[in-house]
Design a protein around this ligand. Structure first.
Ligand code: ACO
Length: 431
């Protein structure tokens, strides 16, 4: 962040002189007005939903929502999706630069060596009902990881933070697959170190001890790309939750568990599951108009899932890559004429032409096509948000690490109080 020579001037009724507010510039994006000193004048700013508020500085990810741009470390997501891979992006988010060949190999080895989870964690799973939602399980087991790593929870130690980042990135697919296996009543599969990150995840999901299972390389590549497209998205709700929890000095496993809980909601990561539920509910192309009308009806709470975004007022660049990946996967699996895909494409086309969606700049987001791919791969809907959580883990931990390794304050917003003014306690007999 650099201070600009510019200031903003705020005139407040009852304060004689205008208040001069410093302005700061980032590398890209709008300048920000520094309101942190306003409290000294007895004033707060008011911005529910943080729509106009930059809550931190960050070097990791940049989004230009009006033009549909997403950069990680300056690199456009389209280029990363085409030329890079998930672990390379994890390295970039954690280290700020793309790895050399040697660094990439060492990083992959490190992650591979951390994929197994403590055997005691399997006992932890057995405490859940078999029909528990896998996101409920993930909130619990990821938080529980902190109980296994007392040796590396000193957040002021750079090495501890680094090993925790590696553990989280490595163990998330193992835990995700375990939550699926548990729901199926099948044995947990230990990770295989000869497989890449995404292929190993598919193996732990779909392999059984009874027969050989070799992941399809095209599906593994698509899975890797799904993880990559979710890796980070600057200060979204779950990442902001991780930062807020982390600002208290809480341990990183607990912070990421808080992020998983925030991700679960249908307005955020839960939308990928909600898209498939919505398409199933629509059931047939002939009913699309009826559902588009419901989405536009202010008296109906129904929204088109997978449409709209707080920041993108243009096509989500991740959704474009996801759409292309969707065609590749469905063609590989020989199900390109899937009725669900056809319905999704028709719905997209109708919504993109409808003045309601055009005026509000509501475009498909990353979740619109991801569910269709995941379903085609054989991943059950309840697991979709778990896949999102797995992919988002490097973003959460890199953002947490960036905050902890810099200067930060406990996150503590203020409020506009609208409750009763001070009054005396009324004894029960007089109420
Ligand atoms: N369907 C119908 N109308 C919509 C939709 C939608 N999916 N999304 C927004 N709108 C309408 C709103 O009703 C509102 O209309 P109005 O101005 O007439 O009142 C207008 O568009 C603006 O919407 P807001 O809710 O104010 O926008 P906000 O930025 O707060 O919300 C959000 C963004 C939560 C993503 C919203 O678009 C939504 O609920 N989408 C569906 C859920 C979804 O796909 N979530 C995934 C987000 S991406 C991610 O987490 C990876």
């Amino acid at each position: 962040m650099t201070d600009t020579n510019k200031t903003a001037s705020l005139t407040v009724p009852g304060i004689a002189e205008p208040i001069e507010l410093a302005m700061h510039s980032g590398t890209l994006g709008p300048d920000v007005i520094d309101v942190s000193k306003l409290v000294g004048k007895g004033l707060f700013t008011y911005d529910p939903g943080f729509v106009s508020t930059a809550a931190c500085d960050s070097d990791l990810t940049y989004i230009d929502g009006d033009n549909g741009v997403l950069l990680h470390g300056g690199y456009p997501i389209e280029q990363l999706a085409e030329h890079s891979n998930y672990l390379e992006l994890c390295y970039l988010l954690l280290n700020g630069e793309l790895p050399t060949k040697q660094q990439a190999e060492e990083f992959e080895t490190t992650i591979t060596n951390h994929t197994m989870v403590h055997e005691q964690l399997a006992q932890f799973f057995r405490g859940f009902r078999r029909d528990a939602h896998p996101m409920a399980i993930m909130c619990g087991v990821v938080g529980a990881l902190s109980a296994f790593y007392h040796d590396s929870l000193d957040i002021d130690e750079e090495h501890h933070r680094s090993v925790t980042a590696h553990r989280l990135i490595a163990k998330m697919p193992t835990l995700a697959a375990m939550s699926y296996k548990y729901s199926q009543g099948q044995p947990f599969m230990y990770p295989r170190n000869d497989l890449g990150y995404a292929a190993n995840f598919l193996y732990m999901m779909f392999g059984t001890p009874c027969e050989n299972y070799e992941p399809n390389p095209i599906i593994a590549k698509a899975m890797d790309r799904i993880f990559l497209l979710h890796a980070d998205h600057e200060q979204n709700a779950s990442t902001s939750t991780v930062r807020l929890a982390g600002s208290t000095g809480a341990n990183p496993f607990a912070c990421v568990a808080a992020g998983i809980a925030a991700l679960w909601g249908p307005s955020h990561g839960g939308a990928n599951e909600a898209v498939l539920n919505m398409l199933a509910e629509i059931g047939d192309e002939s009913r699309i108009d009826e559902y588009v009308a419901k989405a536009k009806d202010k008296d109906d709470p129904f929204r088109l899932m997978g449409f709209g975004h707080r920041v993108y007022k243009n096509y989500d660049p991740r959704a474009k890559v996801m759409q292309q990946t969707c065609h590749e996967v469905l063609s590989e699996l020989g199900v390109e004429d899937s009725p669900t895909l056809k319905m999704a494409q028709r719905l997209e086309q109708i919504a993109l032409e409808d003045p309601y969606f055009v005026e509000r700049k509501l475009y498909p987001n990353v979740d619109f096509y991801s569910g269709i791919i995941l379903k085609a791969i054989g991943i059950p809907e309840e697991l979709f948000t778990v896949i999102f959580a797995t992919g988002r883990t490097p973003g959460w931990i890199a953002q947490w690490n960036e905050m902890i390794s810099g200067s930060y304050k406990i996150g503590r917003p203020r409020q506009l109080y609208r409750g009763p003014a001070k009054r005396d306690y009324t004894p029960m007999a007089k109420r």
